[in-house]
Design a protein around this ligand. Structure first.
Ligand code: ADP
Ligand code: 5GP
Length: 207
């Protein structure tokens, strides 16, 4: 049986460890691919165009929107972020589980378009630890950290829209849990309609 991949949305407050967690999932397990988003924000030191993001000018990003080249996009802390369509649809058709590491407005748009997407929310063990991680990453100014902490308060209101939360306390444990949830999601009836129908037809034939 050829199985279609699951579209997996991973959201969580900035600094909760989504990037770290998703990288570890890709390292430790087969069958996953990561969608590289487009953004208008400036690259951080060490980030490369086409690896962390496709870094675009605002006009280029708006051109992508006009061409319907993004399956969703959102404005987050004064910048555009969006998911390129072509790659995601090709990988799902090839049976890969495609990970989108996106914020909550985008996640809700995905849920509307792809009814069987799996929405996961990464939580820090505490608010204090979230601030420590944001400060420890050392990639944002204090002003940007403040903005992201305020944004976290808003995002926390939307957590119930997600299918599962995962608490990123110990990275190893959290990665394993993420993988187990996704494995289980492959076995829901809604994601196995064709297989179930085939068995029903075969059973009819055996009567
Ligand atoms: P996000 O992608 O959610 O913004 P990052 O993956 O960049 O977050 O992680 C933020 C910071 O927290 C990084 O410095 C990272 O090394 C650290 N971090 C991530 N996961 C853990 C963890 N389980 N325990 C301790 N530190 C972590
Ligand atoms: P950062 O600037 O820290 O890389 O990302 C800021 C936020 O934008 C994060 O919450 C990240 O998940 C989200 N994000 C990254 N790519 C996309 C995307 O393609 N679409 C949406 N809606 N959000 C994104």
């Amino acid at each position: 049986m050829r199985r279609r991949g699951i579209l997996i949305v991973v959201s969580g407050f900035s600094g909760a460890g989504k990037g770290t967690l998703v990288n570890k999932l890709l390292e430790d397990y087969d069958g996953y691919v990561l969608s590289v988003s487009a953004t208008t924000r400036a690259p951080r030191p060490g980030e490369e165009d086409g690896r962390e993001y496709f870094f675009l000018q605002k006009e280029q990003f708006e051109q992508k929107i006009a061409e319907d080249g993004l399956i969703e996009y959102a404005c987050y802390c004064d910048n555009y972020y969006g998911t390129p369509r072509e790659y995601v649809e090709r990988q799902l058709a090839e049976g890969k589980d495609v990970i989108l590491e996106i914020e909550i407005q985008g996640a809700l748009k995905i849920k509307k378009q792809y009814g069987d997407a799996l929405l996961l929310f990464v939580m820090p063990p505490s608010a204090g630890e979230l601030r420590r991680r944001l400060e420890g990453r050392g990639t944002e100014t204090e002003e940007v950290i403040q903005k992201r902490m305020r944004r976290a308060v808003k995002e926390a209101e939307g957590i119930e829209n997600y299918d599962y939360i995962v608490v990123n306390d110990d990275l190893e444990t959290c990665t394993r849990q993420l993988h187990e949830i996704i494995k289980a999601a492959h076995n829901t009836p809604a994601r196995n309609r064709e297989f179930i129908e085939n068995i029903r037809t075969e059973l009819e034939g055996e009567k």
